[in-house]
Write a protein of this length. Structure first.
Length: 123
């Protein structure tokens, strides 16, 4: 799968810089396409994580089909100019990063961290 990059403010507050950071991984839509999976119109995906690291972290995050296609969602595995792996204390090895195009919609929710499972759900 092609690598994806974003220069964004991280939506998980522990151990990350407060300034913009380069994030690298693969686009969520590319992962779904490689598995021949599609999110039906009006459907959504549920991103499930390990049990919450912080009380404000949800174990599940619902993301509408339209956002899967348009938000620039990246399953991120590395960051920074030197392409460092995302450590466990930062929510790694895999976090779901929201691109700037959907920051306003998801600004009150931390990024899903410790990502373990993605499920497609109909309407």
């Amino acid at each position: 799968m092609p690598r994806a990059n974003a220069d964004t403010v991280v939506g998980f507050r522990n151990h990350w810089p407060s300034s913009r950071v380069k994030i690298r991984g693969v686009m969520l839509r590319d992962v779904l396409a490689s598995a021949s999976a599609t999110v039906p119109e009006g459907g959504a995906i549920i991103v499930r994580s390990k049990p919450a690291a912080l009380t404000e972290d949800a174990r599940e995050r619902r993301i509408d089909a339209v956002d899967v296609a348009s938000c620039g969602l990246i399953l991120a595995m590395s960051f920074g100019d030197d392409d460092r792996r995302i450590a466990a204390n930062m929510g790694g090895p895999v976090v779901l990063a929201f691109g700037d195009s959907c920051r306003a919609k998801y600004s009150n929710e931390p990024w899903p961290v410790y990502v373990e499972e993605i499920e497609i759900v109909p309407r």
